[in-house]
Write a protein that binds this ligand. Structure first.
Ligand code: SAM
Length: 332
């Protein structure tokens, strides 16, 4: 338990800090341009190091691991890592968050390796708008093909859409309709003040309440109770169907009090909050003479000291001036 009695239950591992998209609200090209220095290969945790950490975390009670990035499918041979993780006794669930660009070619290998679930990020169906957002010339068709392929292989798919005022609010209804018809859960994510480079401002946030209001003009929604402590999405069902829609309300209804997440960045730094300033260097421990027991004790000490509740305490001042790490580095 941490200082507020929150158990550690859910581990996210970033496997790479690079991405093939330059979404304007996440990795704007002005900052993540040609000269940006990403982590060198040897700075990334190896698959063996990630596997070792995963074993230690499972011994500490972690049952779910999600791989993310950057864009995790850019990490060479990712299915090899998934296969290693899938063999860990006691680990019940492995998920992956991806922009979907490489999904059509990689879905089979991922499923075969033992992946169960993927979350695909997609912020618009309109071709021009989607290209404008990802600033990389990729149209939505390619992502939709990836989703279709992933479903064919038997992977469970959810879609995540970040909604930002002035960027894509006109896509709320088309996206809801499209994924409702496919029977795929769509989750609307409030635009957050992660990192320092995305120009966040409260006036650019479209809240769950506003999105819900828009949806309920067209669909009848009924609430679905959360399945477990720490479930982040507020869930609803389209009445008369089994299809759900969800909201991640990190700004308007923060959920720090039930946050059970811990994160490892691509270089092995451990973070106890998405909005953290400081991480703990697990890579150094892994590459030293320390035993698994030593590393386990270090993690327990860090978790016991945890008192983060950034979203509960957010003000314009912290949003603008707190030196937070970037989403592409810590892993979304
Ligand atoms: N590349 C992968 C992807 O696109 O899903 C994984 C990493 S990405 C950082 C994870 C998620 O974070 C994406 O859905 C992205 O839209 C979301 N994200 C990035 N910046 C955000 C922000 N400021 N507020 C809310 N969500 C954000």
């Amino acid at each position: 338990m941490d200082k507020f009695g929150r158990p550690m239950e859910d581990l996210r591992i970033s496997v790479i800090d690079r991405c093939n998209f330059r979404c304007t609200y996440c990795m704007p090209r002005e900052i993540f341009g040609k000269d940006f220095v990403f982590l060198p290969r040897e700075a990334l945790l190896s698959f063996e190091e990630i596997e070792r950490l995963a074993q230690i975390f499972v011994a500490l009670g972690i049952r779910k691991i999600r791989l993310t990035g950057g864009e995790p499918l850019l990490r060479k041979d990712l299915p090899v890592l998934i296969e290693k993780l899938a063999k860990i006794n006691g680990l019940e669930d492995i998920g992956l968050t991806t922009n979907g660009t490489l999904l059509a070619v990689k879905a089979d290998a991922l499923k075969e390796a033992g992946l169960k679930r993927i979350n695909v990020s997609l912020d618009a169906l309109d071709e021009q708008l989607f290209k404008q957002i990802n600033d990389s010339g990729v149209g939505p068709e390619r992502i939709l093909k990836g989703i279709e392929k992933a479903r064919e292989t038997g992977l469970q798919v959810k879609v995540n859409m970040v909604v930002k005022k002035g960027m894509n609010e006109q896509e709320i209804l088309p996206m809801a309709t499209y994924f409702k018809d496919l029977g795929i859960t769509l989750r609307f994510i409030e635009f957050m003040d992660v990192g320092q480079t995305n120009g966040w401002d409260y006036s650019k946030v479209i809240t769950k309440k506003e999105i819900y209001h828009k949806l309920s003009e067209h669909f009848e929604l009924e609430p679905v109770p959360s399945a477990y402590l720490g479930e982040v999405a507020k869930r609803y069902r389209y009445k008369g169907t089994n299809t759900e829609v969800g909201f991640i309300t990190s700004v308007s209804e923060s959920f720090c009090s039930s946050c059970t997440r811990i994160r490892i960045a691509a270089d092995g730094k451990l973070y106890t909050c998405l909005f953290a300033e400081k991480g703990y260097d697990l890579r150094e421990l892994l590459r030293s003479e320390k035993t698994n027991e030593d590393i386990k004790n270090a993690i327990v000490r860090i978790w016991n000291q945890r008192s983060d509740r950034y979203s509960d305490e957010r003000t314009m001042e912290t949003a603008k001036h707190k030196k937070k790490i970037e989403m592409s580095y810590i892993g979304g």
